[in-house]
Design a protein around this ligand. Sequence first.
Ligand code: PGA
Length: 250
Amino acid sequence: MSRKALIAANWKMYKTPAEALAFVDAFLPLIAGHTRDEIALFPSVTSLATVVKAVEGSGVIAGLQNMHFAEDGAYTGETSAAMLKAVGATHTLIGHSERRQYFNETDEIVNKKLHTALKHGIVPVVCIGELLHEREAGHTAQVLLTQLKGALAGISAAAAHTLVIAYEPVWAIGTGKTATPEMAVEAHMIIRAELANILGSHVAKATRILYGGSVKPENATALLGEEEIDGALVGGASLKPDSFAAIVHY
Ligand code: PGA
């Protein structure tokens, strides 16, 4: 089964609406007619509506970097699924390692967010990955299985058909250190095998597993050329239109 790759930009806490708009204006001509892969932009919440409008008709996807699990309520500073959809966004990141590290997001919270996203028809990109000391201790597989099981608790195969997983080794994020294609493939195979255990082999074969962690134009071809790597989640190298376009054209 062939999986269409998803190349996604995670802009983190960068870009005002004007800067986001300038990016899209410069970026769209660079990827015009590119149909091999899906392309997604994950701007900050204040730029989301601007980006949704700016990419209209281009095929480029817009999504949020984080979403709350509750329908609504007294959750100061948070954004709901309905708010995301109301501005025309379709995707959300869930459980990025920076959310886990700085905002205490646990597997249980990730699981609740995943339930909410799927219920609302929002495409979830669930991020998992090991810390450096976990890799060095030989615990990578165990960490990935724990995160995956936690994220997917109570999720049915039927509900999970849009699920996207991003494998992001935490030691490779924003550090310039990239997992080798072999390391990424090994992790992706562990993830896909566990997806088969939890959701069945049909879903496991269809689910896209992205790699993230210091992806840049120089290493995109080696990583994305691997059959097991179904796209990339790109931080730093997605902030400039030419650099992100070069990754899209790997
Ligand atoms: P990076 O970030 O490409 O800057 O390493 C990736 C991510 O955090 O998704």
